[in-house]
Write a protein that binds this ligand. Sequence first.
Ligand SMILES: [Zn+2]
Length: 561
Amino acid sequence: MPSRVPLFLALGLTLAFGCRRDAPQAPDLIVTHAKVWTGDPARPEAEAIAVRQGRILAVGSSDVVGAMASSTTRVIDAQGRRVVAGFNDAHWHLPLRQTIDLAGAGHVEEIRRRLAPHRHEGTSGEWVIGRGWGPSDFPGLTPHRRHLDADFPDRAVFLTDRDGHQALVNGRVLALAGITRDTPDPPNGRIGRDAGGEPTGLLQEAAMELARRHMPPVSEGEVYGMVLGELTRAASYGITSVQDASASEPDSVRVKAYQRALREGTLPIRVRVAVPFEKDATPARLAEFVRLRDAHRDGWLSFGIAKGMLDGTVDGHTAALLAPYADRRSDTGLPMWDQASLDAAVAAYDKAGLQIELHAVGDRAIRMALDAYAHAARVNGTTERRHRVEHVELPSPEDLPRFRALGVVASTQAMFASPDAVTLGSFAPALGPERASRADAFALFDEAGAVQAFGSDYPVFTMEVMRGIHAAVTRQLPDGTPAGGWYPRNRIGIAAALRHYTVDAAYASREEQEKGTLAPGRMADFVVLSEDVFAIPPERLWAVKAMVTVVGGKVRQGAGR
Ligand SMILES: [Zn+2]
């Protein structure tokens, strides 16, 4: 393996081959001289891990585990570094195509500057597709197509916001989609209009589809390339499993690309993919989802969960609230279901044995999800379904204990606690101080005894796990602002953050017996970190790198970008 040596030299680690003895049960790989945080209460700390055929063979001292090496065993000397279970991103999305990055632009002139190179590129029929803006990038928090039309009179421009729940399009797209002042809002969507009733180019929730259906389609080859590229990048951050939260049709280009990577043995890490959660799913449709789940039992690509949407986002004023937005007196958001049809749909999926994950951001939507899960358990007599609420940003205080009582997983996203310009400039003012003070408050879920699974919601936020852990632990930006942290009472400790990103995320996909802790028999998924996250000041957590990522006993590149 001479090609491996420069990698490990570059990483400052020693790679060697043991030569003690040959043994039929010898490990394929061992890691020694590590500070291993196992997550296993039976043995919380260790020095070394031995791996054989993709599973952990032993966890123990460097002496005992090191003595298991044979001439074929690959040895990684971690030189005292911290090793933890591989990170599991419980809420992640595969981008289907390359987009222009507008994240952190801060001002509409910066958005125009980033789009400028695309004004004359390619043919006029190609779309200019970007993502990552926030309302605070626009004057008066009001995105408007007038900022795009002068630069792009002929080419279609489609720019999704940071959350992916609204898009700003130019006049060309409105024309292609036939959206005029006379077009009614679609169900579960809003067409932004100015005081005179003219479309502003802002399309929210289901209204985005009116434009998106005219976008040139992506090919399976393109999506396959995104699968390999994005999952390789995930591995470079120490991620060994992702749970793709885009509701995917079983015959979609996304599922086909994942299945191709599985078939060809090129999947860099493990993936769980959600299918659609919908009204009036027929028994045949539910049976199709169950068949898809049962056809994938290899541990690399899996199914078995259905994704639904109950509301939108706070920034878009589409999250469903119990009381009006602080900055829009009569507006309580956009609930996408009524309780009776939600109860019926949840009960049908639950009865079919499928797990459910419901996007619910506002306190009203979160209560609807919990009520529907309680209803399903009652009518079906089911337990241990581990249904989930995604994002769960603003639970009502009286609903917090229901997560534990109902066995519902709180699927939160660590970077949502990052006090960036959008959080402080539009999210917090939309809720007002009382509600903002308990939004994305991870400590409250822990105190309520809920299982809390961390994810990134990539590409809404970076998938860099240590950035997320830093945000959850400090509630500050990497530059140390705001001083003292944004509502610091909601901070959690490093051990809790690690648990949420490992064993709790595995629980959320019903796999905690397989991964998320480092113990004999578990999948050999772990990461060697550049620094000891328990020993360094929390302010430096964001800079910690994944030096080596091991998935199923195979070394993937770490520390990459
Ligand atoms: Zn998402």
